[in-house]
Design a protein around this ligand. Sequence first.
Ligand code: ADP
Ligand code: MG
Length: 995
Amino acid sequence: MDDVASQADLPPDAEVSPAESEPIPLELNGLELDELSTDLCLALARAYQRRGQHSEAQAALAVALRAAYDGVTLADQCAEAALELGQVQQAQEILEARLQKSEAISAYRVLAQVHLARGKEDQARELAERLKETNSTQITALNVVGEVALALHQLEEARDIYATILQKSPTSTTGLLGIARYYAALGDAEAAHHEVASIFAAYGDHPSRWVLVASRQIAEQVGDEDWLADLESRLSALDRRDDQALAMRLRLAGEGRDSRAAELKRLHARKRTFTTQPVTPVKDGGAAPAEPETPEPPAPEPLIEEPEAPPDLLDALRNHFGYESFRPGQVTVIQSALRGEDTLALMPTGAGKSLCYQLPAMLLPGATVLISPLIALMKDQVDNLPQSIRARTAFINSDLDQSEQERRLQDLAEGRLKLVYVAPERLRQPPFIHALRRAKVSLFVIDEAHCISQWGHDFRPDYLFIPKALHAMFDLSPTNAAPPILALTATATPTMREEIADALGRQMRVITTGVFRPNLRYEVYSINSQEDKMRRLVALCRETSGTGIVYARSRESCEKLAAMLRGEGVQAAHYHAGMEKEDRARTQDAWASGKMRVVVATVAFGLGINKADVRFIIHYNLPNSLEAYCQESGRAGRDGRPARCILFYSGGDKARLTQWLQEDALDLDFLRAVYREIKRLIGGNVGLLAAGDLERAINNSLPNSQASIETKVRVGISLLERGGLLRRHFDAPRIAYVTWAGANGHQPPPDCGTFLAAVQPTPSVPQSVDLVWLAQRLGQSVPDVEEHLLTWRDANLLEYRGGGRQMLMELLPAPADSTERLQTLLDTLQGQREAQIDRLADYARSTACRHKTIARHFAERLMHTCGVCDRCAPERPTFSANSAKRRASTTEYTPPSDSLPAEESLVRTILACLLNLRHGVSKTGLARTLIGSIAAPPSGKRSAYYGRLAEMRASRIERAIEELIDSGYLLRNLEGEYPTLSITHLGRDYIGGAG
Ligand code: ADP
Ligand code: MG
């Protein structure tokens, strides 16, 4: 084996060896410094500094700093560079001015470093204390506290802080690095090295620069010479690559066409402005709100005040799309992407996120790659593009046959495509990476970016492969600097935002336009029985005109409910993953074209469908989290017209959901089964494996057949990988076919030698090759072998075709603590899920404006109440088909259903009685009090209202109470031992105002 490896004369990885190469010239190509963009100036200043050209570095910095007061993002970058280049005072001034505009933890972090650099330990400590007090839930904030503690040698404090971070997110790079630095400070070189090694492993041994820099500090501190030398050489390879990219940008700027900066300077001629937010950090939420208005969100991301669209950009919009103006947020996001900033854009569903990458794709010089989880929709999405864009756009997915896929890859590689849509799985395929490497990629876009978050409602482990794929794409080709990333989502809490940035290894600029969608009327219905639930469903579907979706949890209930609705005269069909493909397509088309009014579906339905006129979305069962709820209900009313989002809720639902999630949750036994079956199926330490085979094997090996096995296996593999038990590599074909073209007179290049010796192909005859076997023979990794075959294919030396790709698994020596590791990952997952259910229940029960509650969850502040949700406007406004016939809404209470008491005195009496009772009373208790039952609670018997409605039946009163809960006049409080009622502001207003 070793022999073969040493004989292997395949070309070495195109890695640059810095020792033997000349420094890369960084020339301004006739430009003055102040003709460069700020971004480019800063990069240049840093590069000069690294090379020891200090006066050049200062000159470039000085020019860049002129932009330091233009906007917060530039300010942050300038302050950081100033600090690095020793301009501490300058850095402080910039930061203070910037924090006046809006606060951000990233800026506080640099400020803390400034304080430390100036020896102002007290100020650093004070800042850390304040962040700890006010933003204790955010990893970035905790990291500042940890950094200050480390700098001041408060080691125990630092250890606790980083332990907390790791508890929140066990694989957080920030957390692991912090712990490593703690060990280094203690002088425990081995432990420090161990932690750093685990970070490197997580990045496939190619961590980003900041990790390398931090590791170098650690290695220096513990005095490990070999380790230090290794890190130095990695960093200088990286420096060299960055220098090469910089040299290219300078050249392009000289030619007046630097894509990422200078050329686009004209596109963002105007300054960005920001709404000013208070500078003092505000407290974060903590326990469930007793008084719902009190808790304020953690320091919000600054909401962008939209800059005016530059004329060139408007022209481009009109030419390509025929739209007259940009929607909120679009200009800011587009400019950020064009400038080459790594950006995370949070914009509500229907806000027009797609345009934020489609337009840049047409303007940037190279190709734009779009990662989207929605394979089924790609064709439609591309078909619906304006012609000028569609002509240069393609999707590549498994719906296409092999030769069509290859043709499109060729188009991509040869620069004929500007925009390409793929699913994240595609990033595991070397031919795709190979094509991207040949194409110039200007922008890398991640749609539905919440899928990156492992605690997100729609976690896709394949998204975690993105950094590795990016590395493979760009690090091997030094002329091709890694492109900026634009991540888009409608829903990401602050924790998820951090996780996304962490997983991508980039510092993302967050741009948010706010989640508030004023046309959505959020309503929650308290439900007390199955019967009640179905009755309400029918009533809601009947009274609300237009198309709607009812989300139910199981396939079975989708079918039952749809049938029930049809029986009640509502035009309805069901939709779920268990149906035949054609049936699903037929249902979806009928619904999308307006022929079918209501679809009862599981949550996958509607994702990414651009049907603008959905008038209502009813959640028959609780969704998994408030994020999921917002995502799903956000599919209503994309046309901006009124739409209803209705959630059915009962206390029992919460318990049931918790139980479902527990049953559905992964456990150690399941992970063991996954591990065991992988081991058995690959029959060694490295091997190929088809996902379907694995799923079947696991299902057969477990006592109960598993629901949603596909997702569970997918997540299971990812957990095993994070627990250090296995590594999933790029996928590889089970069998590849190679046709050697050597006969037509060419002399094979010498680096094909060992390949030819191993395979011994007959020229022009297709030969099947087992790549795993070949890789072992050649002492290479499978993707490397495939990369060589692809390169030779491009050189017309052979034809290459690899089909039927499978997962390539490598089992690693099991770490001694593997069980604990996995258990920790599982526990965290479970804890997170429970917290999500709690948040959802809080939403359902809160008396506050629904929009406000949602905004707070996403760390946004809504300054006013919405005026449309069931809390703000308990009577349903004009939604129903025959609404015109109804009288206009008034402030008077109208009983929602004719079967219920219309007498105002009943409502008034119930409300007044409740107000009169001092102790918490249940629905039954209140009804018994009013009829004068001997079973009434003691406080009821003492009350003046005891027996006030003696002529009525208790059940009638109870129904009225339910209606009052639904209408937001009463609130059922589920916190205590038994559910008690309380009266809302609305209820008080009602009796106050009318009496
Ligand atoms: P989402 O943010 O949910 O991804 P989409 O990108 O699918 O939203 O956009 C929703 C709709 O808005 C699409 O039909 C799109 O064509 C339209 N749209 C986007 N930007 C504009 C604009 N500037 N002017 C008019 N319509 C727009
Ligand atoms: Mg979208």
